[in-house]
Design a protein around this ligand. Structure first.
Ligand SMILES: Nc1ncnc2c1ncn2[C@@H]1O[C@H](COP(=O)(O)OP(=O)(O)OP(=O)(O)O)[C@@H](O)[C@H]1O
Ligand SMILES: [Mg+2]
Length: 336
């Protein structure tokens, strides 16, 4: 009998997000396809402004309105449509079955409410737990995210915690209702490398224990190899490469992914100048004709200036938006 593949938990198809401001109109995300399976971690990678957070906000139904809207595409969560403009965002998903951890915990936490109260509030609101039970569960959640002396910390205000501790509290809040999907948007960028490693370790442990699906957003391709099974690379609002993390990191196909890898520091590159990517990500309102990456691409052909390449399948469950390198692995592998 043929194996039946269950549908992914999160399925994004052709997602296009438009921003409108006075006479300006631009697509922050364009035709994005992305899937996250149950218990799977997918790394969503790209430079600043490429549309990672906008993608996450679309999934959570938190796009800033009326400036932003979903112009096209579908987002299905466990088979439930999240992007139907007529039906609106369905109840019971956000904060309950899908939760998000933001980059800067200080702006997401309420500065005048003790952290225990903030977790208990979520439990009362979503699950209707009585105060005593909510408090006990809040303590258990703080212990689960490995905050030391959890019972005492319930009464602490956010400013008394370190950056890493605040991020643990944010993760505890996100986990409060036992979600199936956690979207972590640059959760460790504000932290030093030691604390970053601890938070990554915690996420890995939680993902295994709770069979949590994680969409991990970062600009750091190196970090992805430590946490994600699959990786999706975005550039200027579009997916340019996707595939198993190990394969993409070992043999990146898209010139942009290759450039990101070459720009990564590493022990074997000590004392050598890192390869910076020349130029900058174009603003969505001023993207060039043809392939959006062509002005920065060392391999661009004349046709790349005119034609927008489609996302093409490559062997090994991979996809790449580049007619020059599609299916041709980098001759040198990841540059070291
Ligand atoms: N509220 C907003 N109003 C207008 N434009 C916005 C708004 N939010 C995002 N954008 C634009 O949408 C594009 C994508 O932004 P997004 O925040 O998704 O980038 P990102 O990939 O998350 O970048 P970063 O790594 O800096 O967080 C950017 O060009 C940004 O200027
Ligand atoms: Mg962002």
């Amino acid at each position: 009998m043929e194996a039946v593949h269950p549908a992914p938990l999160l399925e994004i198809e052709g997602l296009t997000v438009v921003f409108r401001r006075e006479r300006e109109r631009f697509f922050a995300v364009e035709g994005l396809d992305l899937a996250v399976g149950r218990g799977e971690t997918v790394g969503l990678v790209g430079e600043s402004g490429c549309g990672k957070t906008v993608t996450a906000l679309a999934v959570m139904g938190l796009l800033p309105r009326p400036a932003a809207g979903i112009a096209a595409g579908r987002i299905r969560f466990d088979g439930i449509e999240l992007a139907d403009p007529r039906a609106g965002y369905p109840p019971g998903i956000r904060g309950r079955r899908a939760a998000m951890v933001f980059q800067e915990p200080l702006t997401s936490l309420n500065p005048v409410l003790a952290v225990g109260e903030q977790i208990a509030e979520v439990l009362r609101f979503h699950l209707g737990l009585p105060a005593g039970q909510a408090r006990e569960r809040a303590r258990a959640l703080l212990a689960e995210v490995r905050l030391s002396r959890p019972a005492e910390r319930l009464g602490d205000y956010p400013h008394r915690l370190s950056g890493g501790e605040r991020q643990r509290v944010m993760i505890a809040i996100a986990l409060a209702c036992s979600p199936d999907l956690l979207i972590a948007d640059e959760p460790t960028t504000a932290l030093d490398v030691t604390v970053q490693a601890q938070i990554l370790g915690l996420l890995g442990e939680l993902k295994r224990r709770r069979r949590l699906a994680v969409l991990y957003i970062t600009h750091d391709l190196g970090l992805v190899s430590r946490i994600a099974e699959r990786v999706a690379v975005m550039y200027a609002g579009q997916l340019v490469e996707a595939g198993p993390a190990a394969a993409v990191l070992k043999q990146p196909l898209h010139p942009y992914t290759r450039a990101l890898l070459a720009a990564l520091p590493g022990p074997h590159k000590r004392g050598r100048r890192l390869a910076a990517i020349p130029g900058a990500v174009p603003h969505p309102g001023a993207r060039p004709e043809g392939c959006a990456f062509h002005p920065r691409c060392p391999l661009a052909l004349a046709s790349c200036r005119r034609e927008r390449p489609p996302l093409a399948c490559a062997p090994g469950g991979r996809a790449v938006r580049c007619p020059v390198t599609a299916g041709i692995p980098a001759p040198e592998g990841p540059r070291s």
